[in-house]
Design a protein around this ligand. Sequence first.
Ligand code: NAP
Length: 318
Amino acid sequence: MSTPKQTVLLIGGTGAQGVPIVKALIPGDSYNETSLHSAFEGIDIAFVNLNGFAIGEKAEIYWGIRIFELAREHRVQHFIWGSLASSYKASGYQARFRTGHFDGKAKVADWISAQEIGERGMRWSVLTSCMYLETFAEMLAPAHETIDGGEVVVFKAPVGGGTPPFIYLEDLGKYARWMIENPQRSSGLNLRIATANVGWEEVARSFTEVTGKKAIFRDLSLDEYFASGIFGPADRKVGHSVGHDDDTLQTYRENFSGFWNTWREDVLKRTEKDFELMDEILPERVSSVGEWMRLTGYNGEKSNVLKDYADAGGKKPQ
Ligand SMILES: NC(=O)c1ccc[n+]([C@@H]2O[C@H](COP(=O)([O-])OP(=O)(O)OC[C@H]3O[C@@H](n4cnc5c(N)ncnc54)[C@H](OP(=O)(O)O)[C@@H]3O)[C@@H](O)[C@H]2O)c1
């Protein structure tokens, strides 16, 4: 059955999360107050994934709310917020889980969730995602080490036995498409998506099953993780596109300590109920890390996933 033609504005459309949504829909434009006014002209549907690493938590909260307001001003019919859950809030505000790039998006999601839908308001949905499985080919790519004379693929992370949710990006695009095509069901819904809750022992085991290569998981302390240089100097501030004379910006060490504490202690997980809804929406969804490895031909080699990361030459941008 053909659907009437509609126009979609997609912010963050050149990024890892945006590209599969663009593929599933159509391309759009970027933002700031002036360009947003012209970008929203004639737009029916907006999917908005702001870049907290570029602008920091404070600006993400402001722009998330402001972009929603501008969308409504321009009579956008359906606003979809690309979100992340807050472990800081979910833990009852325990400091060791504070993660700016979660909390900015989550605060905007809470604010959006208080907005009226109907005659006076705009239809909204929240798409709460999680780490991309594709990250195993980039920031979480394994090392190749010689152990007892044999080559071993070593997956390393400061995660212990934690099993955080991961999402296959192509499925993320399909969930966004479902929201647009099923407004009666997606309106007012915060859809918490994931392929599965994934532990690193399972990652190593699945890798061996799929590739036949020996693989292990090695747990790291946070000090070992930051000493690996993954973020360059970990004491610089998050927010590569804004001035750093701002005390509200976390450092990479602070932000990613909260991030890994969250996963190590399993503060944010998808529930049976979440997976039941996902099975109903996308029965063909990829549902395990092993299935994802098989489907995509994952071999542990590095490839480009995050635009920011590639733009900065393989490090989190300055
Ligand atoms: N990595 C993950 O596993 C993961 C998972 C879930 C959610 N997220 C969230 O997704 C967001 C990043 O999006 P992504 O995953 O698609 O990353 P990405 O591949 O690095 O893409 C970054 C996007 O942000 C845009 N951007 C860069 N600098 C900007 C600026 N100063 N102002 C506005 N936009 C800017 C880029 O557009 P240009 O073409 O202009 O450069 C691009 O569209 C972050 O907030 C992150 O927390 C990440």
